[in-house]
Design a protein around this ligand. Structure first.
Ligand SMILES: C[S@@+](CC[C@H](N)C(=O)[O-])C[C@H]1O[C@@H](n2cnc3c(N)ncnc32)[C@H](O)[C@@H]1O
Length: 210
């Protein structure tokens, strides 16, 4: 299940900015991602087959637009957004999209409810706040939800690269993935950002046969 790619909706920066003012910790940015950053984040989405693609923290949907266009009706595209107002914007922009108003931590249950054995790609726009120091690591939840040959992308803002939450995320990713690669800085984004791509979950991922 995927949504119809759409260009006819005006940019929804106003809605995003309002949510930043309401909840800066979870919204984490003043602006939606640029197209260049969205392209880098969505790069592992396969151009063939019927992949299961999950977006965590889609916001108003700049990455959703790219993923939907690339899938063009193939596979299943699930967007998991904590903020119900942003989820509402996303549903209006992508009427056919499977939008769950939920915490990213609910991903295994969301996949199971839909009869999906695992994800081929998980694309995350989650803020560092979604990866707290305490409690079970979300990275393990994501790695466990991916098929063995799946990929996970997470973008971050270059200005926060060396802050403790960003460093902790890298350590946690290395614990649960065999490969973690940092892409080039996307200077066209406000603020400049980079994408981490993780592959080959260690131990117990969803099987390709699921
Ligand atoms: C930095 S914004 C990214 C939005 C969009 N992906 C983009 O690139 O413009 C972070 C998004 O993650 C959502 N979010 C924060 N914590 C979340 C969680 N635990 N589960 C799901 N979504 C979450 C926020 O509501 C917000 O939409």
């Amino acid at each position: 299940m995927t949504s119809v790619p759409t260009d006819r909706h005006a940019p929804v920066s106003g809605a995003f900015l309002r949510e930043f003012v309401r909840d800066p910790r979870h919204t984490a940015s003043l602006f939606p991602s640029s197209r260049a950053l969205a392209e880098a984040a969505a790069a592992p989405v396969p151009r063939t087959g019927d992949p299961v693609v999950v977006e965590l923290g889609p916001g108003t949907g700049p990455v959703t637009d790219l993923v939907a266009r690339r899938l063009a009706g193939r596979g299943h595209h699930l967007a998991v957004e904590l903020n119900p107002r942003l989820a509402g914007v996303l549903r209006r922009r992508h009427p056919g999209l499977d939008v769950a108003v939920a915490d990213a931590r609910d991903l295994p249950a969301l996949l199971a409810e839909r009869g999906l054995g695992g994800a081929d790609v998980v694309v995350s726009g989650l803020p560092w706040a979604a990866y707290p120091a305490a409690g079970p690591p979300l990275t393990a939840v994501i790695a466990g939800a991916l098929r063995a040959d799946g990929a996970f992308t997470q973008f971050g803002y270059a200005c926060t690269r060396f802050l403790p939450p960003a460093r902790r995320l890298r350590v946690r990713l290395a614990e649960v993935f065999e490969e973690v690669v940092e892409g080039r800085t996307v200077f066209g984004n406000v603020p400049p950002a980079f994408v981490l791509t993780a592959r080959r979950p260690r131990g117990g991922p969803a099987s390709p046969a699921d």
